[in-house]
Ligand binder design. Structure first.
Ligand code: URA
Length: 300
């Protein structure tokens, strides 16, 4: 397919970004040329605090070699304004998100845990029957002060073996998606799942399993205090937002999850595994990723 590109004005886009954009059917690289946001160094969880952390790939083809996408001030202002208004929760009559409602009794036991203790607790959890067949519970990994908290569905086979989130094919796509909005998986992001143990044969997580696990995610959100949560796929989105609305609808606007006092914007997008099956929808996922980027401050 020949792709018509607008003349010169285009910012240099790395080979990796080109590949990703054209795989999404994107004709115009709309990377913004404005001043690059200064990224403040963010403390990461020390390797011993998380399961088997690995360094980010040093493959030069995987690096972003031009100015980061600048946050759109208008979009950011609008999102912040929206957060000040009473929050609409899609499809929910209740002012309390499902995840908070579900967490009441188990929530007590995680309430006073710090991040390191919480991660350790998750790794030995026996709150539901998923513990019986797992190799590892996958607590999550990344920055302890993340700009973006990514919430997937549940570990798959590779994640179960390695004890790390998103290390299989979905993880490779996720890494590319993050690089396209100039986020480093370990420096600026924390990645976890709604359910921390692999459901047998990768079946969908059940309601009782989501309920059993949700206090962990709630406490992770409280402790990590990300600028934005990116919910990938309907299980993460439904549990976080207490709704059964179609993912397609939830994507349309920035949602909100409240833990403690803090409303945190939630962008809903497709799960990478879905995008691997339906690459044409990467075009839509790109819209969601740009919204994530726009919600970040220059310090993110
Ligand atoms: N899919 C998920 O939702 N999470 C993972 O960690 C891996 C695949």
């Amino acid at each position: 397919m020949s792709v018509s590109r607008k003349p010169v004005l285009q910012v240099p886009v790395s080979a990796m970004q080109h590949a990703w954009l054209s795989a999404m059917g994107v004709n115009v690289p709309w990377i913004v040329t404005e001043a690059a946001p200064q990224s403040a160094p963010t403390p990461s969880i020390e390797p011993e605090q998380i399961t088997q952390v690995q360094a980010v790939s040093s493959d030069p083809s995987a690096t972003i070699d031009q100015a980061p996408v600048a946050p759109a001030p208008e979009a950011l202002k609008a999102a912040l304004e929206a957060l000040k208004k009473p929050q609409k929760r899609v499809g929910s009559q209740s002012p309390v998100p499902t995840i908070a409602r579900q967490s009441s009794h188990m929530g007590e036991s995680v309430k006073h845990q710090d991040l390191e203790q919480l991660q350790a607790m998750i790794r030995v959890c026996q709150a539901c029957s998923l513990c019986e067949q797992r190799t590892h519970a996958v607590a999550g990994e990344g920055s302890a002060k993340p700009s973006v908290l990514i919430v997937g569905e549940a570990p798959g086979e590779h994640e179960d073996i390695e004890g790390r989130p998103f290390v299989g094919r979905s993880g490779q796509l996720l890494d590319n998606m993050l690089q396209a909005i100039q986020l480093d998986r370990f420096e600026q992001v924390f990645i976890t799942n709604m359910v921390k143990c692999r459901p047998p044969a990768n079946r969908n997580p059940r309601e009782d399993e989501i309920s059993a696990c949700s206090p962990y995610l709630l406490r992770q959100i409280e402790l990590l205090r990300p600028t934005v949560v990116l919910a990938m796929g309907r299980f993460a989105a439904h549990a976080l937002l207490s709704t059964k609305e179609p993912l397609q609808k939830l994507r349309q606007e920035t949602q909100v999850v409240t833990t403690g006092e803090n409303p945190i914007p939630v962008v809903v997008t497709y799960h990478p595994a879905y995008l691997l099956r339906r690459p044409t929808d990467k075009r839509l996922a790109w819209e969601d990723l740009k919204r994530v980027r726009a919600l970040l401050t220059p310090r993110d």
